[in-house]
Design a binder for this molecule. Sequence first.
Ligand code: FCB
Length: 439
Amino acid sequence: MTFSRADLPEGFVFGTATSAYQIEGHRFGGAGPTHWDSFAATPGNVVRAEDGATACDHYHRWEEDLDLVRDANFDAYRFSTSWARVMPDGRTVNPEGLDFYDRLVDGMLERGIKPALTLYHWELPSDLSDRGGWTNADMPGWFGDFAEVVARRIGDRVWSVAPINEMWCVAWLSHFLGEHAPGLRDVRAAARAVHHVLASHGRAVEALRGAGVANVGAVCNFEDSRPADASAGAAEAAARYHAIYNLLFLQPLTGGGYPDLVLEGIGAHLPRGWEGDMKAIAAPLDWFGVNYYTRRNIAPNDGPWPHLHDVPGRLERTAMGWEIWPQGLKATLELVAGHVDVPIYVTENGMAAPDEVHRGEVRDPARIDFLNRHVDCARAAMDAGVDLRGYFVWSLLDNYEWALGYEKRFGLVHVDFESLERTPKTSWHAMRDALRRTP
Ligand code: FCB
């Protein structure tokens, strides 16, 4: 790495991240079925119809995996609780599920790792999705109950909590663009999902505070959206994209309400009485998390609202086809710093590459370069005044990359999905050296 721990302020937190459904293996430990299982079983939704039944078998190999976090000298580990493991039908507690997270949190503490908890990283219990999932106005109540159950069991030992990972993906990607479970393409469903996801966040924050949990934040995803050319139409389309992608959740969470450019499209479809929820949605937070991967070049089109599409850019791309644009991380951190007055963390950043094991080694120089360039830009944002307190690499392990199945490898550690063997990549070794603590 071109940086080391010493280049960052004392106390800056380096971490790595995963999520429950992507690594645990959902056929184990009494977890209930989720909408990702049924989405994946529907032909055409997921590459090779792969699902999270086995994933990385982290449910059985968590000790080895936490050793990998510790041995790379990370300070924190961002993980998530599966709602369907804790409450298989979304409402009834599975003690085995809670026991698992209890062991996991203790395992982190024994290794000197800060547990950074996300309550929901996308595996909705099927019973709730059969009731309309995020489009159902009862979701905030159910989610608040789930938050409370988790808080009462492990809330005393976690370092931080965020209720919902990437609300844009939960609501928009899944109900408007149809790319993630439940795979809807319906503006009315999307509007309701947007609002119920935000209201659920608010309800969870209340439940967490009520249970005495400290350090509660939110994690949103951002892209640096730019006009694809110099035309006025492209500038307008990019502004709409920016409002939908970057402001739709950030603004309500920080008391600014829904952006006008989004209300244009969804205002008529929001659930009745939505205005009454906005105060709880903007409840004060202790920190704000930024997930950042790429930029988008936006052009207008004649299609239905929001009348836009993204145009492939000319920068180097990752295996996801995402342009590598570290400068966008600085711009994003500055954008967020303009809305929040709490510490900011980069809660996800990383890249997929077609990594392979050769003679026991996995060489991934492109990932090392990617991480170096993004940490540089994060430092530049700090120099420009952003109160950035930490940086988490996505991901510890190669894992289930949702609709793209197991093919897109984001890990610092390679996983052989046949033998489930873990092989630290050169990026893992480089992080370990960069993060070594000098005595
Ligand atoms: C983010 C998700 C994470 C992973 C990365 C690549 O949007 O939070 O689960 O899929 O992208």
